[in-house]
Every structure is written in C-alpha cells, then in structure tokens.
Design a protein around this ligand. Sequence first.
Ligand code: SF4
Ligand code: ZN
Length: 389
Amino acid sequence: MNSNLKENSNNEYIRNLVRSYMKSIRLNITKGKRNKFNFSNEVIYTEARKGFLNGKYIDRLAIFMRGTGCSQVKEVGGCTFCGFYNATNLGEKISDKDYIEQIKNTISNKKINFSKYGIVCLYNDGSLLCEKEINFNAVLSIIDILNNIESVKKIVIESRVENITKEKLTRIRQSTNKEFDIAVGFESANPLVRDLCINKSFDSSTFEEKIMICNENNINLTPLLMAKPPFLTEKEAIEDFVNSLQYLNQFNIKRIDMELPTVEENTLTYNMWIKNMYTPLKLWSVVEILKKKEELGLKIPVHISPMNYSVSSKAKASNCDYCDNHMLKLFEKYNEHGDVSIFDKINCTCKQEWEKLLITKAPDENLPQYIEKVVLKLMEDVKDLKIID
Ligand code: SF4
Ligand SMILES: [Zn+2]
C-alpha cells in the first residue's frame, strides 16, 4: 500500500470511529423523549442583535425556529461540538404549516416589535436548504412573507454547504430582491480538522463551487468558523483559525462569523470536557487571532458571534470572572468598528495562565492518532456500541 492510500484508509477508519461514537451518544437524546415537545407553532426564541447593511450597523433579529433536527445527526452523528439536536423535533419532520406559522406568529408578536429590524436571520438548528428537514416550498413561502415586509431589507438563512444548489439559489433570487445571505458551517480550512475533529466531510472544492454559484446569484455566502474544535490545543486552535482566515481572504466574501465554542450536552466535546480533555477557547486567544489577522493584512471582516443558542451550554469560551464581561463588550465594539487597537490596553492577571496554556505540549501522536486514542477512550463509557465498517 502506498503511503497516501494507507493514510486515506486510516482516516476513513477514524472517520467511522468518530461517526459511530457520535451516533451512539445521540441515542441519549432520543431515548424516551419522542413527542415530548409541545408544539404550539412558536419559535424557540428570538434575540435582538446587530448587523451590517450597506455599511450601516443596524438592528438584526435572530429567529431560532423549532426545527425538525439536523439530518446529519441520524446519518453520521452530526458535528462533534453541536448539541442543537437537543432542542429539535428529533428528526420527525415538521410540517410546512407549522414552520410558516412560527414565522407569522413571530412577526405578529407585539413584544418583538418586528418592524424595528432591518435584518432577519432564520435558524432551524440544522439546514434550511435540506428537504429532509424542511420542504423548500416552505422556505420560499417564508421568504415571500419576509419579502412583503417593507422594513426587512436583508434576509439571512442557515444551510449546510452540500445543500446549496444552483436551482435553489435561482428560485430564492426569483422570490426576493432583498439582500440575501446564506450562513454555512465551514468550520476550518483544514480538511483534516473539518473531517475528523468536527465530522463535516465536504471538501474545499465543494465549498468553492458554492461560493461561485452564490456570487452568480448575487447571494452572500457567510462561512462560520469554529474557534477551537475538539482535539486541538489552544495554540493549534489559534493557528487553525488564522490559516482559515488566510484561505477565505482570497474569495469575494463579505464577512466571516467566528463561532466561539460552547459545551453542550450529548456531544463529543461535552464528554471530553467532563473528563478534562477539552477546555473551551480563552478570550485572550480571540484577541490573538484578531491581532494576527491585522498583522497579516487580511481584509476580510470577522464578526464574533454571541454564545447564545437554542440549547443551553455547560461551559463557554471565557477568561476569568473579572474580565469576561469587559472582553465580551469589547467584542461587540470590535464587531461594529473592526478596530483591533481597542484590545491594546486591556490586561488581567488571568493572561499569564493563558500564556502558560499556549506553551503546553501538544500530544505526542499526530492528529488522527490522537483522535483515535481519545475516541476509543470515550467509547469505554458507551455500551452496545457498533463500529461502522
Ligand atoms: S453544526 Fe450544523 S451540520 Fe453540524 S450537527 Fe449542528 S446543525 Fe448539524
Ligand atoms: Zn481575567
């Protein structure tokens, strides 16, 4: 066997190991919980945020819809860090009517004051362009509803990379002239990290093709990058993020979303975290990433996403009780002005701990070997596990 073949078959074995493990821990979610949710055509929650429209920083509404559940969870176990499935209908498909009602009820909810928001973002804890989760006609109906609201100037949806097709983009463009963004979980420009650390196994050429067809339809593609996926040290996580920015900088992309890690139940990250094998990113590392971006002259704007999702988290990216709030406020400022010098004057005693963390030794094994070792260790806790051949 030549070395490439050997490497590929080894990665395939580890990919299957990760997938088997992910599928087995997802069973905890479905066991006894089916039909637990009381559907009342209401979204999970909405959150007022800010976002850019034609250079202006305006009010944005993030709508977390009650979704069917990401199809990847059933198929391959889903992403190693993602616990969104906990808040969904566990794979049982939600009707078009229900999805549409969720949006109509949000619009008419007086507490929300919908007309205040120029940007509306729709999240379904999965992919809005995946027909297994939501019929495309329901998506088009929702777009049509939003298109008829004068105050809405920009619509954002989330999708998995693979679900974007020329045909869907054309039909979206036929249904609205408003600015339109599709946020996709790109996670890392390193295919090995994406594949084995995260369990998203599309290749970079697929992503590049989707950028092209989005551009052709005047639709913005917004990649989400995961800051510190499991299995990477703090230092490696910084490097991985910066490398991803360097890769993405070459494309005609308006913005990148930085996802700060949260630790959610029924995920691999959670199971590593309770065994002290994973710690979420330090906020100092975020500053480091932004400074390196500046040093490298990478023009692509980065938006640091708030760590609020439809599921609660057991741990989050943080520094210390003393400086966390201050840092998070500075991130909001950075999102608005993109000025990295706002971090120049901040200091806290916890910075020294972070500096020590950066020089901690990486595992002796290479990344695939390390993943294999960790997953096999985690598997000891799972009974009746079947490994996919
Ligand atoms: S991150 Fe997205 S693709 Fe991955 S499991 Fe969660 S919802 Fe699915
Ligand atoms: Zn601190």
